[in-house]
Design a protein. Sequence first.
Length: 264
Amino acid sequence: MRAQPTLEPTDVEQPSIEQPEFDHLVHCVPDVESTVRGYTEAGLPAHANPEYLGYRNGAWRLDTRYIELSSIVNRLVFLDSPYGRAMKGWQPRADELVARGGGALTFCVHVTDAGATAERLRARGHGVELLTFAREGSPVSFREAILTDGPPWAPFFVTYEPDRQTILAKYSAGRVNRGPHDLAGILVETPDPRASAAWLGGLLGIPPGASPTVVPLPLGQVHFTEGPADAITALLLSGGSPPTTVIDGLAVRPVESVDGSARA
């Protein structure tokens, strides 16, 4: 398990060259097909992908951003794969989420160079694993920088080759189906929302916005609310009339329902 240090507010170091943006969230679920139906019925059109190396996923893809629906279908094969080895630190928590019906594991931030981000974070005292993934026969590869010392909801970082817009235009355009709603952000429940927001802002190099409990991450703000979960608990939607529901352990609700979101 990754260490979970006490969060201390940190000074924001603005790494403008990294251009951090919301990329995706990982929703661990018992069965991808069932979760796809749940998302689609809620007005978030999702799709499932074929099994690969003991793993199956799907997504609600909005554009370059997506919500990944994640499930292990052959544990022995998956744990021996590059993806399973990369998931080793997260796996106990992912198993706990699936055992209770599902839930959000973590979220991913896109940066211009995951290697440079890893170097910056290591220089600030963080433990970081830097991994490269290239699926045989695929024109797409990606590099991830994964914290080993953050809180349970801490993000990881990714850079793609080719870049996200090229991937979207050449390989993923046919799978984009946002539906009537947009992703405004995510909600994280923590014992100390202000300290957690200050810690995340410092990690990402994003100065605080109008609210001390909202980190204005481009393409998907991160809202914090007080509670014992210390986890990502909800997707926050805008556009149309977003539903208020729960899909396999992850709440879905309008962003306006979060206290202070309109001011933020």
